[in-house]
Design a protein around this ligand. Structure first.
Ligand code: F6P
Length: 531
């Protein structure tokens, strides 16, 4: 029988009770080799998890947990292209998109990459022109979720290296305000749109695509060949062609690439157009390096496995229901958003692979923000709040802007926050000058865990490795929790209900049975639009 979390959990829970009395600072005294033992590096990223609330014995036990849960076998099955998404009967092969030749689907992958490279070149050389003969200067990616967050993160993160021909913009939300904001500064004559949708049925993307076409026609004239301003990335070529995109302008993806794991496919087209094809290939190479590390390193020297088991320990044993991701690098400002979809859409599940309702938590709430801004927003709660919230700090040693004073201050703040969370300030220190009452308010309990992810430098390569690291962490956790990380049935319900209510707004005869609150909201909205 496949082992579940439970056999080792009680042992870990006993240790967790003991850890409530342990201080991380003390652990550094008791375990002289703690830093070496609790650090690991791969692909230009060093993970220092010595400030986590766990001792050597717990770490060994967590390693055993990963091993006995079958993480290595699940990883190998995924890499081999087995059906590891059983509820959709699909293989999960985003790793094949970045593997050097010879991997599964190598021919398909390289053909699409060649076509992407050709598009970048044609755009740069002015061979690909808009309806009026103007060169393209800007590209708007219309897509949402996995068809948005990865490319947005990467285009923003690689801004210093950007060598591609176009400026990138992202239109995801169905909110017309976003459409207006994104198109406000753009010239329709020189704007290219990518309709990025694996399914090509996503309501937000389809509506934005229609509005983009109307925006172009309104500016360029109804007779203008606005089709020249569109390309599509999809696994559903038929629907893209139906929409009016020439089949030759459709860049395929496949059902073995999950939406939130798809930035390595043609969904990465904005990255290639914005940062350049060389940067895109480097991004893939960095991810491949992390894949190789994940596939070969021992459990306790394996970055994804370590991040995975630390998260399980914090959530399932120490009761930390959320964790914060705090990059100290403006270029990584979209990382928390990206990780929210990756981790919560993948592992926000309540039924196990054996169809039984789970008796343990899955997927901590992932949230976060940018350092140092976050210090002046939510860090108070991290330091002195009643909740216990671990943090992943992410920082790069080098910064290409050459603003030494800024980078020094940024890095100093990052290190100081991790130290302060761990050490805190004792009552006797706080009380000294301020008396008992104020001393209590000024006491900071400390012992709040964090991991530090240090990038030698933020390059396309290390960015690829960083994202792949969290992808694999997500897999590791799903195996321990005995869930399928690759489906997302829960998202469907809201989509169906929204479509019903939308139809009802125009046609009251289609009124559904609603609860009184929803019925009143719909009626009020209909009245406000004069229906
Ligand atoms: O949010 C649900 C979801 O299905 C995601 O998994 C996916 O990334 C997103 O919608 C967009 O889907 P598509 O690429 O098919 O438009």
């Amino acid at each position: 029988m496949k082992p579940t979390l439970s056999p080792l959990l009680s042992e870990l829970e006993q240790r967790a009770a003991k850890h409530a009395e342990l201080s991380i600072t003390r652990l550094f005294e008791w375990e002289p080799d703690r830093l070496q033992r609790m650090s690991a590096a791969a692909a230009g990223i060093t993970l220092d998890f010595s400030k986590q609330c766990l001792d050597r014995g717990t770490l060994d036990l967590l390693g055993r947990l990963a091993d006995s849960a079958g993480v290595a076998a699940a990883r190998d099955a995924m890499l081999a292209g087995d059906i590891v998404n059983p509820t959709e009967q699909r293989a999960v092969l985003h790793t094949a998109l970045r593997a050097p030749g010879g991997a599964a689907h190598a021919r398909l992958v390289s053909e699409v990459q060649e076509r992407m490279a050709a598009l970048v070149e044609a755009t740069a050389d002015g061979e690909l022109l808009g309806a009026t003969g103007a060169r393209f200067t800007d590209v708007v990616n219309i897509g949402i979720g996995g068809s948005h967050l990865g490319p947005q993160l990467a285009c923003d993160a690689l801004r210093y290296q950007a060598d591609g021909p176009l400026r990138c913009h992202f239109l995801a939300n169905v909110d017309g305000g976003e459409f207006d904001r994104i198109t406000a500064g753009l010239d329709p004559r020189s704007t290219l749109f990518i309709i990025a949708s694996k399914s090509f049925t996503t309501a937000e993307t389809r509506l934005n695509a229609h509005s983009a076409r109307a925006w172009l026609s309104a500016a360029l004239g109804v007779d203008a060949d606005v089709g020249r301003h569109f390309v599509a990335v999809t696994a559903n070529t038929e629907r893209a062609v139906e929409f009016g995109i020439d089949a030759g302008r459709v860049y395929p993806m496949w059902d073995w690439v999950g939406g939130r794991y798809s930035m390595w496919s043609a969904i990465g087209l904005p990255i290639a157009l914005g940062a350049g094809m060389v940067a895109f290939r480097e991004l893939l190479a960095g991810a491949a390096e992390m894949d190789q590390h994940f596939a070969t390193a021992s459990t306790l020297g394996n970055l994804p496995m370590l991040l995975g088991v630390i998260g399980v320990w914090n959530l399932n044993c120490l009761g930390a229901e959320s964790y914060a991701v705090v990059p100290y690098d403006d270029r990584l400002r979209y990382l928390p958003d990206y990780l929210q979809q990756l981790e919560m859409e993948s592992n926000g599940k309540r039924v196990g692979l054996d169809n039984a309702v789970l008796d343990h938590h899955t997927a901590a709430v992932t949230w976060g923000g940018l350092g140092t801004n976050a210090q002046h927003a939510f860090f108070q709660l991290l330091h002195q709040g009643t909740r216990f919230i671990p943090v992943d700090f992410v920082v790069a040693l080098q910064h290409p802007a050459g603003r030494r004073a800024h980078h020094d201050a940024l890095v100093a703040n990052c290190f100081a926050q991790a130290e302060a969370l761990m050490h805190g300030r004792r009552f006797d220190e706080a009380v000294d000058e301020h008396g008992i009452d104020l001393g209590r308010h000024r006491t900071t309990p400390g012992n709040r865990p964090s991991s530090m992810l240090v990038l030698d430098e933020l390059t396309p390569r290390t960015l690829g490795a960083l994202i792949a690291l969290y992808e694999h962490k997500t897999l590791v956790q799903s195996v321990i929790w005995n869930i399928n990380a690759f489906d997302q049935w829960g998202v469907e319900l809201g989509k169906v209900l929204a479509a019903d209510i939308l139809a009802e707004l125009d046609d009251p005869a289609r009124t559904q049975r609603h609860d009184p609150s929803t019925a009143a909201l719909i009626a009020r909205y209909r009245a406000s639009r004069g229906a």
